[in-house]
Write a protein that binds this ligand. Sequence first.
Ligand code: ADP
Ligand code: ZN
Length: 530
Amino acid sequence: PEPPSPEGLDAARRILTERFGFRDFRPGQAEIVAALLSGRDVLAIMPTGGGKSLCYQLPALLEPRLTIVVSPLIALMRNQVAQLQSLGIPAGALHSGNSPEENRDLLRAAAEGGLKLLYVAPERLVRPDLQAALRRAGIGLLAVDEAHCVSQWGHDFRPEYMRLAEIRAELGNPRMIALTATADTATRGDIVERLFADGPDGAAPRIFVQGFDRPNLHLAMRPKERAPRQILDFVARQGGASGIVYCASRRQTEELAEMLNGKGIRALPYHAGLEPADRARNEELFLQEDGIVVTATIAFGMGIDKPDVRFVAHAALPKNIESYYQEIGRAGRDGLPAETLTLYGLDDVRLRRLQIEESDAADEQKRVERQRLNALVSLCEAPRCRRQTLLAYFGEEVAPCGHCDLCQEGVTLVDGTVPAQMALSAIARTGQRFGTEHLVAILCGDESEAIRRFQHDCLPTFGVGRERPKTEWRAIFRQVYAAGLIAQDYARHGAWTITPAGKDVLFGRQGIEIRMDQLQARDRKSKGRA
Ligand code: ADP
Ligand code: ZN
């Protein structure tokens, strides 16, 4: 990270300690504050509880003009305002929960320069009369909380967020900071495009990703052999602690609970098909008592705050990398060590792909979902530290953790430069416009209709990979992707493009090692991992 501008940051640090009473910045806060103070726009991505609010509150207090904070949740606005007021900072919130008089008084206070921060609900901020009044008051900073609401890929899409770029111009083009805990690349792309694309000086925002690492979680993933046996072994090692086993189906939750109970481990199923009373009781028992294992579909865990969940297992592959992160994240909220184990098999991957293809989502959404699933599959097959691979997906760089299965056990790597070059060459020779299946078909010399139509049977790469089964080629593509040699362009139907690192391998300036066990696991599934 570049060194922050000193004077402004010193002032921010003084406010942090003297006003807020905190000893020091949390990771990322200083860099974000410094970027805003130096006049840049910012997109800040931090998990819930990471300390996003201070990132705009400190600059707001150093800014002579008013700061507007857009937030979709009234309860959240009220909390923040109450907290700021308790520190003697003049702040207010404009929303439909106030009386008209309250809102009028707030606006008058803002116009008279009597407020530092004004929280505004998005449906209010779209009103032209309010925009005009705020512009007259003079706006120095616009903070957009829960910025993922601008993306249609998320669950919280708010149409008013689509108009924030335009509203910013109406407010006289103040600096802007957008904040969210949603880290996936598709949503991030939407935020940049929709909130910042038409910024006043055309400069891209500085993007900060921070704090997604959960060092107390031990990460492990295994090819699925016999799931019940593997789950039992794992749970039995946990010394009677509380934990969650995520299952692929209602039936599997029932079967695993029965199996565990038969082995003397207290287990309760949890899924949407249970009677509400049973579901509530099982949840209550899990929260109240120690040493209960819940075997659950994803219906479990959403609103559950049990800090001492000591392990999370997946009896089947999660839906995608975001779900994986969320679900393992339910372990070890107290910060003490917690274990995770994720089982994955080719059948799971196939099922997840089918679920995407058969959903009635829009094409664009399906493309994003495919990308999220591919990222998870790459994590399963990662050739090095899982934490590094996982956090790289979120855009965070860390050193090898020493606290995951791959760091601890290592993996057998073989030189994969030649097959990687074949894959890269197939991508290059077809103009970086095709996805895995078509490229694998070229490498394996398929005489399909699509191949003939594009005359790809005339390419020098046609059929050069015949000696490998398609499953191996797919695994090679995933590993080449995991190694950062190719990137998927979801705006172009999931076509693979070659990164600068990929060019180095293609032209023989660099080699690449791949995991041979992953290739073999697919052919000899029952023999276990190498
Ligand atoms: P987020 O919006 O990212 O979910 P908040 O801004 O609400 O997180 O901060 C979460 C908690 O962390 C709050 O109680 C806040 O006061 C506290 N916090 C934030 N920054 C710091 C800091 N630098 N030092 C100590 N506590 C902090
Ligand atoms: Zn590691």
